[in-house]
Design a protein around this ligand. Structure first.
Ligand code: FES
Ligand SMILES: [Fe+2]
Length: 326
């Protein structure tokens, strides 16, 4: 098969690299994101850290390293690296070479996720992602599922504004706008309604979407008939330029007895995961059309594309083959 038209660059922003549960105190977890081998580890006192995978001394892969108190110790010659990546000790017990510094990545951890800031020049973060309510505020923790998709975060996040595909791909009864798209710097807001069932059964849900960069979309959902409220997260993390890990996560505001709340959360998580499963084959087979032929009834695709431009250090270009003109 001919390679598809793809977006060539990984956009800067915040991306999920693990759930908090996946990395326990003292654990070393090799991960691959942004086209790079990385190590996520947690100190014995509970601080998660994301670092480059290869030891600056002689290149051992730190997946075989060990957490020792507050440091990560390489298993080859025992160099130990602290939170700022500097070598604090060698296995020889002698002077530490000043240049021995392991690359570190800015992270945030909340709501049960570890998020990493990606910028091609490895600059510090320009903005933060929101901390959402949890059990202390009367909401559940997030229920998370994940799939791997051959796609790009700009393509998967475009789903949030592509109201036109809801009926066709997901079989909803109806969908409509509830207001205009707003852009405030890195934040895009959009609102729409969906009638899940259509006809006489009619189950209406109101959606308020917040896209905080292309790796983190928050959808606040309200179902008036049941007075139920959900926070949905669609977290698209680039493994490399052509592949993402797509996590979906659901938190519910406490709704009746605990087992009911958990049942509602499970049902919503199942539904959301099913929906991205319906999108996935389309994302995997499609090509990126830079200038689509937009029609009445389409979502605000052009506004979304303009918003996306800020996340590329260089203007977004398609790779490998010429762009398809409209
Ligand atoms: S390669 Fe890591 S300590 Fe030597
Ligand atoms: Fe979709």
């Amino acid at each position: 098969m001919v390679d598809n038209f793809r977006l060539a660059e990984i956009p800067l922003g915040w991306y999920t690299v693990a759930t908090s549960k996946e990395v326990k105190p003292g654990q070393v977890l090799p991960v691959k994101y942004f086209g790079q081998e990385l190590i996520l580890y947690r100190t014995e006192t509970g601080e998660a850290r994301l670092v480059d995978a290869y030891c600056p001394h002689m290149g051992a892969h730190l997946a075989h390293g060990k957490v020792q108190g507050d440091t990560l110790r390489c298993s080859f010659h025992g160099f130990e690296f602290g939170g700022d990546g500097r070598c604090v000790r060698t296995g020889y017990g002698k002077a530490v070479p000043r240049k021995a510094k392991l690359g570190t990545w800015p992270i945030r951890e909340h709501n049960g996720f570890v998020f990493a800031w990606y910028h091609p020049e490895r600059t510090q973060p320009d903005w933060d992602i929101p901390v959402l309510p949890g059990p202390k505020e009367g909401w559940t923790n997030f229920r998370t599922r994940q799939i791997s998709v051959k796609s790009h975060p700009q393509e998967t996040s475009e789903n949030s504004v592509d109201v036109g595909h809801f009926v066709e791909v997901h079989g909803f009864g109806d969908s409509w706008y509830n207001g205009d798209l707003e852009v405030e710097g890195h934040l895009l807001k959009n609102a729409y309604g969906i009638d899940y069932l259509g006809g006489k059964l009619s189950l209406i849900c109101n959606f308020r979407v917040e896209v905080h960069g292309l790796g983190y979309s928050l959808v606040r959902v309200n179902t008036p008939r049941f007075d139920a409220n959900f926070n949905l997260l669609i977290l698209s993390s680039p493994v490399d330029e052509d592949n993402v890990i797509l996590r979906t996560a659901v938190s519910v505001r406490n709704w009746g007895p605990r087992p009911w709340t958990l049942f509602v959360r499970e049902a919503a998580s199942f539904g959301l995961n099913k929906e991205v499963g319906e999108d996935a084959p389309i994302w995997e087979a499609k090509r990126y059309v830079e200038k689509p032929i937009l029609a009445e009834g389409d979502g605000p695709i052009a506004e979304y594309r303009r918003y996306c431009k800020q996340f590329y250090a260089q203007p977004a270009v398609t790779a490998k083959l010429p762009v398809v003109a409209a």
